[in-house]
Design a protein around this ligand. Structure first.
Ligand code: HEC
Ligand code: HEC
Ligand code: HEC
Ligand code: HEC
Ligand code: HEC
Length: 169
C-alpha cells in the first residue's frame, strides 16, 4: 500500500487502477455473496470500514436484497459504469463533456453502492467530496473561486458532466 499526494492526476491514476478498465488478474476477488455472506453482510461491511451506523440512505436494490443485480459469485456482474447504467441514465448520452471519474467508471469514487449517511449515497459531504481528488490550493487559486467560502461545489458544477469542459450545471 502506498499513498499519493492528492493532486487530481496522482489520485486519478490510483483511482483508474482501482475503478475502471481491465480486471487485474492478481486482484483479490470480492467476497462471494453466498447466503451466509448475505446474512453476515452488515458485519462484513462494518469490518470493511464502511460506515453503516445510522445510515440514512440505502440504495434501493440493496435494500430489496437484489444483490445479484450487481454481484455474481464473488465478483461484480460487470464493470462500472455499465454496472450502474443497467438502471441509471447513461451520462455518455446525456452530456457532451464527462467529468473525469465518470468517464472512467469511477462511480464508487463518490458513491457507496450500498448505503450512506449522506444524501444521494455520496461518500463524503460538501466540498470534501471534491477535495478528495482536487487540491484545494489549486482550486482556490482560480479567481472564479475567490468568494467560495463553504459554498457547495455542486452549486455551480454538475458532478457528472455538462455542456462544456467546466461541467457547469
Ligand atoms: C448496485 C450494485 C450493487 C448491489 C445491488 C449490491 N452491491 Fe455489493 N458491491 C457493489 C460494488 C460496486 C462493490 C465494490 C465497492 C467498491 O467499488 O469499492 C460492492 C462490494 C461488496 C462487498 C465487498 C465489501 C465492500 O463493501 O467493499 C460485499 C461483501 C458486498 N458488496 C455485498 C453485497 C450484498 C450482500 C448485497 C445485497 C444485500 C450487495 N452487495 C448489493 C455493488 C452492489
Ligand atoms: C438494479 C438496478 C440498479 C442498479 C444496477 C444501480 N442502481 Fe442506483 N438506484 C436504483 C433505484 C431503483 C434507485 C432509486 C430510484 C431512483 O432514484 O432512480 C437508485 C438510486 C440511486 C441513487 C440516488 C439515491 C438517492 O438517495 O436518491 C444513486 C446515487 C445511485 N442509485 C447510484 C448508483 C450507482 C453508483 C450504481 C452502480 C454502482 C447504481 N446506482 C446501480 C437502481 C439501481
Ligand atoms: C465526483 C463525484 C461523483 C461521481 C464520480 C459520480 N457521482 Fe453521481 N452524484 C454525485 C453527487 C454530488 C450527486 C448529487 C447531485 C445533486 O444533488 O445535485 C450525485 C447524484 C447521482 C444520482 C442521483 C440522481 C441525480 O442526478 O441526482 C445518480 C443516479 C448517480 N449520481 C449516479 C452516478 C453514476 C452511475 C456514476 C458513475 C457513472 C456517478 N454517479 C458518478 C457525485 C458523483
Ligand atoms: C475521483 C477523483 C475526482 C473527484 C472525487 C472529483 N473530481 Fe473533478 N476531476 C477529476 C479528474 C481526473 C478530472 C479531469 C482532470 C483533467 O483533465 O485535468 C476532473 C475534472 C474536473 C473539472 C474540469 C476541469 C477542467 O479543467 O477540465 C471540474 C470543474 C471538476 N473536476 C469539478 C469537480 C467537482 C465539483 C467535484 C465534486 C463534486 C469533483 N470534481 C470531484 C477527478 C475527480
Ligand atoms: C460560484 C460558482 C462556482 C463554485 C461554487 C465552484 N466553482 Fe469551480 N469553477 C467555476 C467557474 C466559473 C470556473 C471556470 C474558471 C475559468 O474559466 O478558469 C470553475 C472552474 C473549476 C475547475 C477547473 C479550473 C481549475 O481551476 O482547475 C475546477 C477543477 C473546479 N472549478 C473545481 C471546483 C471545486 C472543487 C469547487 C468546490 C470546492 C468549485 N469548483 C466550486 C465556478 C464555481
Amino acid at each position: 500500500m502506498f499513498f499519493v499526494a492528492c493532486s487530481p492526476t496522482a489520485t486519478y491514476k490510483v483511482m483508474s487502477t482501482l475503478f475502471d478498465g481491465v480486471p487485474d488478474p492478481n486482484a483479490k476477488p470480492l467476497i462471494a455473496v453466498t447466503d451466509s455472506v448475505k446474512t453476515d453482510s452488515l458485519a462484513l461491511l462494518e469490518a470493511s470500514n464502511i460506515q453503516i451506523a445510522g445510515s440514512s440512505v440505502i440504495h434501493e436494490p440493496y435494500k430489496s436484497n437484489d444483490c445479484s443485480n450487481c454481484h455474481n459469485d464473488g465478483s461484480l456482474t460487470m464493470q462500472q459504469p455499465e454496472l450502474c447504467y443497467q438502471c441509471h441514465e447513461d451520462f455518455n448520452k446525456k452530456y457532451k463533456y464527462l467529468h473525469g471519474p465518470v468517464a472512467s467508471g469511477g462511480c464508487t469514487a463518490c458513491h457507496n453502492p450500498h448505503m450512506s449517511d449522506y444524501k444521494k449515497l455520496v461518500l463524503r459531504e460538501g466540498q470534501q467530496l471534491c477535495y478528495y481528488c482536487h487540491d484545494s490550493k489549486d482550486v482556490l487559486k482560480n479567481e472564479a473561486h475567490a468568494d467560495l467560502g463553504e459554498t457547495n461545489c455542486t452549486e455551480c458544477h454538475n458532478p457528472h458532466g455538462g455542456e462544456d469542459k467546466y461541467i457547469f450545471k
